[in-house]
Design a protein around this ligand. Sequence first.
Ligand code: SF4
Ligand code: SF4
Length: 165
Amino acid sequence: MKGKVHGYGGKMTLGERLYLGEIFRGLGITIRHVIRNLLHTGDMPTVQYPEERRAYSPRFRGRHRLMKREDGTPRCVACMMCSTACPADCIHIVAEEHPDPAIEKAPASFEIDLLRCVYCGLCEEACPCDAIRMDTGIYDMAADSRAKFYVDKEFLLNNTTDGTR
Ligand code: SF4
Ligand code: SF4
């Protein structure tokens, strides 16, 4: 079937090459939004962030947290399943013996490099103890140095789940 081919090496019509149609279409959208905004119709898609926050799906994966046992110690048993499953290689765990002989190991350190993380959720899927979750709802992460995105065990154990820090 013969048809127009777009993309690299494809033939474009003169109108497409001039971009005029698209320019006017874009201007039309902008003008429509300006008029709606001026008339305060209240249906503008703009979210007045940070005062107003978009409602995310409960399935949204935000910043990680480590779960605690009843005594406040990490539920994690340093099995390395999460770090093995992680495609970004951004979880670093050092294991140590747990004082309770019924529990084999515990994390001496547990660090995540949040700048390398791709928020795929494979770590929480892989965890056999439900020790790591991504249900904090925290998505607005900002810092003035790269080192601050390298979060440790204490930080992860004290993350909240209500989207605040
Ligand atoms: S969400 Fe994905 S990339 Fe991020 S730490 Fe977990 S497994 Fe690694
Ligand atoms: S968070 Fe879960 S998967 Fe990762 S080391 Fe701890 S127990 Fe294993």
